[in-house]
Design a protein. Structure first.
Length: 325
């Protein structure tokens, strides 16, 4: 038996969340005294593939080819399931990214496996049970689920597990899995990415604005703060609905769920729908002139003040700090 981890790439490069998933899978493999095998699908360089060994992968199954260059849910699930069977892997780990959320249940069906999606910590295997702590109710709560099936699939919430380097290189092995023609009924022909922006789901820091900023013309200071912090930009639903910011920046229950190490909310009251999408953040900072804003109840740090006074001072403080280091 072994543990298999799917390593998602973007344009041939692995993201931080991928290395987190490998580190997590290595720890799961250690719990079970077994080896860790990674699988990569798409056109990834040999150097990039061997780098997975730094985080604990002993071997990497490399699946390449024009047909699988872009993500195809059904086909990728079939390939990963075939790899799990080849390696006798009874546990499959992947990141709970956009693609991971689609893959996990499909892999579960193909392997007749129990699925724990949105895991936030290592499995507890004491007492002969296999339980996993995961997010529930759109991130508003946690659930402890027990997987009783022989095979198991776990998808890990980004930023919920640390990177752990082991310092070794992985062996790369080409793997030719057979995907059925029915897996290719829906094909992605082209992907257009915002290459100049930090990806929201993978961001360590997110700076988010709400209606308290009064209009799109006032977003320059938010953008400057985000740029100084190397953060991704986000907004509340009313802001995107009003057309102040693109819908791709909308975080919340009906938008993108994020789990950064630091979430800074500026001029956002903190409606339950918004909190549902950001509650997995490790540290939440709220800036709002209304001391009764619901957001303060979940904040780790709060500043009661006008954003138009607080943000310029915060920008100056960050610039001063960066100049001194």
């Amino acid at each position: 038996m072994s543990v298999l981890v799917y390593t998602e790439n973007v344009d041939g490069k692995f993201k931080k969340s991928t290395f987190e998933a490998v580190s997590y899978a290595r720890a799961v493999a250690d719990q079970n005294n077994t080896s860790l095998v990674a699988i990569s699908i798409g056109n990834v360089s040999a150097d990039e593939l061997t780098s997975l060994g730094k985080y604990g992968a002993v071997k990497v199954l490399n699946v390449s080819g024009e047909k699988l260059k872009n993500f195809i849910n059904q086909a990728y699930a079939s390939v990963i399931a075939e790899a799990a069977k080849k390696e006798s892997a009874d546990i499959v780990v992947l990141s709970n990214s956009f693609s991971g959320r689609g893959l996990a249940p499909r892999i579960g069906v193909k392997l007749q496996a129990g699925v724990a999606d949105g895991a936030v910590s290592l499995p507890d295997q004491s007492g002969g049970k296999f339980t996993v702590k995961k997010t529930a109710f759109s991130g508003k709560a946690f659930a402890i689920v027990e997987l009783t099936s022989a095979n198991k699939v776990i998808s890990l919430i980004p930023n919920s597990y640390k990177l752990v380097e082991t310092g070794s290189a992985a062996i790369v092995e080409d793997f030719a899995a057979e995907a059925k023609e029915s897996d290719f009924k829906a094909m992605i022909k082209d992907i257009v990415r915002s290459t100049d922006k930090v990806s929201l789901p993978d961001a360590d820091i997110v700076v988010s604005g709400g209606r308290g900023l009064k209009g799109p013309e006032n977003w320059a200071m938010v953008e400057e703060l985000a740029d100084l912090l190397g953060a991704a930009l986000a907004c509340s639903k009313p802001v995107s609905d009003a057309g102040w910011r693109p819908h791709s920046e909308h975080v919340g229950q009906t938008g993108i769920a994020v789990s950064p190490n630091l979430y800074i909310a500026i001029g956002i009251s903190g409606a339950i729908q918004h909190l549902a999408g950001i509650s997995s953040s490790k540290v939440i900072v709220v800036i709002n002139k209304d001391p009764e804003a619901p957001f303060f109840k979940v904040a780790d740090y709060g500043i009661v003040g006008d954003a138009f006074e607080v943000i310029p001072k915060l920008i100056s403080a960050v610039k001063e700090y960066k100049a001194s280091v």
